[in-house]
Design a protein around this ligand. Sequence first.
Ligand code: 13P
Length: 259
Amino acid sequence: MARKPMIAGNWKMYKTAGEGAILVQNLDERVEPYWSRVDVVVCPPFTALKSVSTVIELDRLEIKLAAQNVHWESEGAFTGEVSPRMLVDLRCDYCIVGHSERREMFGETDETVNKKVHALIAAGITPIVCVGESLETRDAGDTERFVREQVRAALDGVDPESAGDIVIAYEPIWAIGTGHTPTPEGANDVCRTIRATVGALFGQPAAIRVRILYGGSAKPENIGLFMPEPDIDGALVGGASLEAASFADMVRTAASFAG
Ligand code: 13P
């Protein structure tokens, strides 16, 4: 079974509600020919989810919507947090969890990532789980062990069927926003380890189904190098997703590698 490629744009803390609505409209014009071959996902900040969701619904776009974070409880006295139920209400299909910026700056841990994964699955939203090593870990030659442990911790207690549906993004921290990337073969080595870890924990069918994205300075100029790698199923894109033209270019390239 061929996995459908995914190109997901993580807008991070960019775009107001109005700017997001315009971006998704501009994007749609350019990516419409590729919908059937590539899952196109946008991840606006919370404040733009409603406007982007409304454009997607009214214009019947096939672009999928993702949040960038979630709390694991469905409601409660958690000032500043947003629950899976609230994301379902906005028709989110996916939600990023465990991005390195949240792990580094906002106290996200393997344990909270795991709680979020369970809460999202229970709500019917597909988690996009981010993993990836720091430069220090890489220099110590510890990348594969470190990433394997992040995957194990994030998916702890998940049922095998749901594990196969999850999306995992391999984002080496040192490649995010720096213009540096691993070689495509080097990125694929870690993605292969991730797939093997899913296989060891949940069985071969889950390993074959799980989609693994590369993230970290992915852009139109290099996406064509990563896509042919056998264990890389797409990209989680930061900076290059903020302009419709560059993001659409990446979707077009991914479509040309789709089976
Ligand atoms: P850049 O593509 O800007 O390096 O960001 C990658 C990222 O963090 C996506 O989640």
